[in-house]
Design a protein around this ligand. Structure first.
Ligand code: F6P
Length: 595
């Protein structure tokens, strides 16, 4: 192999689906499917890490300068602030409370160019197999493509395929909502239970939570109920089915693979619930599926006619715009409204693909994350929507971000010389203020995303109050970002006659970064926009770090071990024997299992 050069991967290598190490050891192995001659990049071993580049080192050096600044002063520079406030596609994005100067922005742009960010974005939109460990495209953008678009994967324009499924969803959801599609006892189906976990749950739950109080959505869903069943915990089953009349209930089993243990057990449990009350014919009328694995759907007993497909180039956590989200949500809110949601996401896709990097919102947001994580050393991020309707944004983005970017090796399999990924969490404001904000204000530095809504879904103005409920909420939204940025030093506390012993406790160091994002309203369209904004932000981070943001090998080991435990638990129950160390578990696990 040639020594490391100064080149950074522009495209991803086609790597074997088996662990790369086999192929690397034996270049004649059939697993060694690198197509070096067809790629304008080196094959891994001669690709340097982004952290070896001059651009990365310049940013490391620049941290020293930034450490001499304070947000209180940076916020005085109106020219700087003006440069850092971006508005596009109706989204207002203020980066002026990031610990950056104009120079930082320039250096980050240089880093983005060094990482060939533009090419990588284009590779994603062009259907290249950027998910190299699974030899797949990452083409969730195709799931919200407009009918007139063309997106080619492996020589095939997939937009007609996408719309064939969307048209089928439209037709089916119309039939169910109008009562034309009836249950086995002749009743219309007004309840939906969507069974799925991870990406087959969190995105749809986020959108449902965001829309249910939106006036048009609320009208469309009048008299209907949508519930999700994700956890295999029997408590979740009981809660999902509580007070549901099976005669009026449609069950949607959502699983990309149709093999996920929890989802399949829940699907069998609910199938039993239906059959016990309505007889075996109920499955045909009361159970439908969303999956890429139509063979297993059929084996489960669901008519493939009642299955809604998607494709392996849609990652689970990126699947909310496919039938995964669209079917349950169109059943609840009607297809037309959900099409608005798709158009919202699509508007950000266009923006991401076409806008120059300097004005590209997902790019700027992604670069802020890279700066905070990799240079300033802040490993966590709080997602804080000042909007109760967005209360499930943080859990959804937690999966999108942490499953995508929580990696230990780069895309070529080399251990990363830095830590990638962000630790994401969050709750809506103002609730969070009365909970974990103490740590954010005086404890650890956690860069925050504040998300506010200009016009609320609901209008409440109590006579005699000085502000409406929404203005009260937004007063906090505006105040918190400044409370983090500004300091309150001992001198100021002394001048306020704070007793000496309390001064250290009441001191604020400030200089804590945040981003403020405002959406004009919380509608189907803007919910699609915020979803796509975060999805692409995560991709930008991965592209800069040089990792594969579209696989998730880290979740597999636990599944394998659970399978071993499952077998042993079954044996110990059927043979009425205790688990022993000879079953292959350590002392600790053996003892817990017996307990
Ligand atoms: O275990 C993780 C995971 O594979 C996620 O990536 C995925 O979203 C989730 O499980 C559910 O998978 P499926 O849709 O195949 O049931």
């Amino acid at each position: 192999p040639s020594p490391r050069t100064t080149r950074v991967a522009t495209r991803v290598a086609r790597v074997p689906t088996e662990p790369r190490v086999d192929a690397e050891k034996d270049l004649t192995s059939p697993l060694h499917t690198f197509e070096a001659s067809t790629l304008d990049m080196p094959t891994g071993r001669d690709v340097e890490s982004i952290s070896d580049t001059e651009e990365w080192k310049a940013l490391q050096e620049h941290v020293k300068e930034i450490n001499t600044t304070h947000l209180r002063d940076l916020l005085r520079d109106e020219g700087r602030c003006m440069n850092l406030i971006k508005e596009s596609e109706g989204i207002y994005c203020d980066l002026s409370r990031q610990r950056i100067t104009n120079k930082t922005s320039e250096l980050l742009m240089k880093l983005a160019n060094k990482a060939n960010l533009k090419d990588k974005i284009e590779a994603m939109f062009s259907g290249e197999h950027i998910n190299s460990t699974e030899d797949r495209a990452a083409l969730h953008v195709a799931t919200r493509a407009r009918r007139d678009q063309s997106i080619v994967v492996d020589g095939r324009d997939v937009v007609p395929d996408v719309w064939e499924v969307l048209d089928k969803i439209k037709d089916f959801s119309n039939k169910v909502r109008s009562g034309e599609w009836k249950g086995v006892t002749g009743k219309p189906l007004k309840n939906v239970v969507a069974i799925g976990i991870g990406g087959s749950f969190l995105g749809p739950l986020f959108v449902h939570t965001a829309l249910r109080t939106e006036p048009i959505a609320a009208m469309e869903s009048e008299g209907r109920t949508l519930r999700f069943l994700a956890n295999v915990d029997p408590i979740d089953v009981a809660r999902a089915l509580k007070d549901m009349n099976p005669e009026e209930t449609l069950v949607v089993v959502v699983s990309k693979t149709f093999t996920t243990a929890e989802t399949m057990l829940n699907a069998r449990t609910v199938r039993k619930w239906l059959i016990a009350q309505l007889g075996p014919d109920a499955v045909a009328k009361h159970m439908v599926a969303v999956s890429t694995n139509l063979k297993l759907v059929k084996e489960f007993g669901i008519d493939p006619e009642n299955a809604f497909g998607f494709w392996d180039w849609v990652g689970g956590r990126y699947s909310v715009c496919s039938a995964v989200g669209m079917l349950p949500l169109a059943l609840e809110y009607g297809f037309d409204l959900m099409e608005e949601f798709l158009l919202g996401a699509n508007s950000i896709d266009d923006h991401f693909r076409l806008m120059p990097l300097e004005d590209n919102l997902p790019v700027l947001l992604g670069l802020m994350s890279v700066w905070n994580v990799s240079f300033l050393g802040y490993p966590a991020r709080a997602i804080l929507p000042y909007c109760q309707a967005l209360s499930k944004l943080a859990p959804h983005i937690q999966q999108v971000s942490m499953e995508s970017n929580g990696k230990g090796v780069d895309i070529n399999g080399h251990p990363l010389p830095f830590e990638s990924g962000e630790i994401d969490s969050g709750e809506p404001g103002t609730n969070g203020q009365h909970s974990f904000y103490q740590l954010i204000h005086q404890g650890r530095v956690v860069p925050c995303d504040f998300i506010g809504i200009v016009r609320s879904q609901q209008s409440v103005y109590l006579k005699g109050e000085i502000v409406s409920n929404h203005d009260e909420l937004m007063s906090n939204f505006f105040a918190q970002a400044d409370a983090l940025a500004y300091d309150k030093p001992p001198e100021q506390l002394r001048s306020e006659n704070v007793p000496d012993f309390l001064i250290p406790h009441k001191t604020f160091t400030g200089n804590r970064p945040s981003i403020s994002i405002m959406l004009p309203a919380c509608t189907a369209r803007t919910v699609g926009q915020i979803l796509a904004l975060y999805e692409h932000r995560v991709a930008v981070q991965g592209f800069i770090w040089g990792i594969n943001s579209f696989d998730q090998w880290g979740v597999e080991l636990g599944k394998v071990l659970a399978s071993k435990v499952r077998t042993t638990m079954h044996q110990s129950r059927t043979k009425s024997r205790t688990v022993s160390i000879t079953d292959g578990f350590n002392y600790s696990t053996t003892r817990m299992m017996n307990k």
